[in-house]
Design a protein around this ligand. Sequence first.
Ligand code: ADP
Length: 282
Amino acid sequence: VIETMLCSQGKQPREITIQGKGSQILEARLVPFASDSASRVLIGFFHDVTEEKRVEAIKRDFVANVSHELRTPLASIKGYAETLLDGALEDKTTLKNFLTIIDRHANRMTALIEDLLTLSMLESHQMPMSFESLDIKGLIKSVIQGFEKQAKDKGIELIMNLGREIPKIMADKDRLEQVIVNLVDNAIKYTNRGTVRVLTEKSDDMLQVNVEDTGIGIPEKDIPRIFERFYRVDKGRSRELGGTGLGLAIVKHIIQGHNGKIWVKSQPGKGTIFSFTVPAVS
Ligand code: ADP
């Protein structure tokens, strides 16, 4: 482009996008400057737009994902409703089966929309956290109680190993409960047999909580992307289990809002440990 511009007498500036080293993207504006018969000068402005492009791509993917996730259950609801209207309505058993399926898909859409709203409120800081000094023991106990039936039905042992002296933490109770519920729910969902265990340990001025399972695990290649919105190791399996693919993105946001950290270690076929930290009250 520079060569053509130097060779021509045109006065129009040109804008080009250049793939830089690696994934770097530059936008360049080349402007013809003073020129006389002997020489021609161009001024080039180079602007690194890698980050803007990355954010644009994330937004595009997000909209595409949301549309896809909503379209699938909606298509099923429409399909089953149309079949019923075409006559299947007369048969009581079919009617009940189809309505059950419609209800399940509608529930999935509701869960998805609720998760999207939560995520959007967290990201736009419209969901202010109200921090208080909190005893996490009570919180973990009540979450575990809520999951006892689900675990028992799958033959999974649900264990709580809380240290004797757990420091109080500074946290938003409802949001932190959401974190523990999501992690324990996932641990049970992605475990076919064995145990799900919640442990706490103090590390410096933070309290660490581990949710460990003996489930299917997460392949190493998927671990770096597991907290991304809609990222799922096995889409079909997650959907079947009622997952939206947004749970871990929400969890990560909440923990970051607490100035904590969250990470995962996993061995496919052996199990997974999700750990997070939140500040202890000094
Ligand atoms: P989902 O609604 O699909 O469960 P999440 O954001 O909660 O969405 O989790 C994203 C993906 O991470 C899941 O689809 C699953 O593939 C994987 N995952 C999360 N927790 C576990 C776990 N304890 N064991 C194995 N895989 C897990």
